[in-house]
Design a protein around this ligand. Sequence first.
Ligand code: GDP
Ligand code: MG
Length: 206
Amino acid sequence: MLESSIMSTINFRKTVFVKAAATIKQCPAEGLPEIVLCGRSNVGKSSLVNALANNSKLARTSSTPGKTRQVVYFEVDKSLLIADLPGYGYAKVSREKSEAFSSLCDDYFSSGRKISLALILLDIRREPSDKDVLMIDYLNHTDIPYFIVFTKCDKMSRSQCLTRQRQLACLFKFSPDARVYAVSSDKKLGITDLADGIGEFIESLS
Ligand SMILES: Nc1nc2c(ncn2[C@@H]2O[C@H](COP(=O)(O)OP(=O)(O)O)[C@@H](O)[C@H]2O)c(=O)[nH]1
Ligand SMILES: [Mg+2]
């Protein structure tokens, strides 16, 4: 997890909250390239926004899974929009609520909004859920580019992390185009690398 020295010109420290949307209709107008964060509830989506922005007060994080019921938008350096999607498939919320969250996540992908890049967050320690598998399978059948981001890597040694990454890559059948990152938002590991990767990818679109 060496931090790369090649910097993209997008400054993630200039990240601001835009709005929270409870329905697709409330989502902001399209314009800037948009990246979406997806993954099960509690995987570390909001913590990743904060780590990228180096601002722990930006996105609300929670140790109680299933809290976010909205798509939360952030604008980075007037250059891109980050959509923090509701986490999918957390068993402890009621079935009705759980379906509402995942349907907002599903709707998002079928809404016709232009998604420039999806970040699929996977907890390095956990076994993939059916929803994770479905999400990746779905993306493999679309032309939406995605990066895989393994989270909470501070919970393991570096060598355990590499072994897990290899095991999970076999289980998931990631697209050969998908870049794979391993990060810790807590310990700020791999964050600069990921920011550079996102910046470079977004800049290559224009
Ligand atoms: N150890 C560790 N815990 C983390 C990390 N990222 C997030 N967490 C914890 O995981 C829980 C859920 O994080 P959150 O960002 O709210 O997840 P979200 O539901 O996907 O947005 C919180 O208790 C965080 O403190 C990490 O890199 N390392
Ligand atoms: Mg969150």
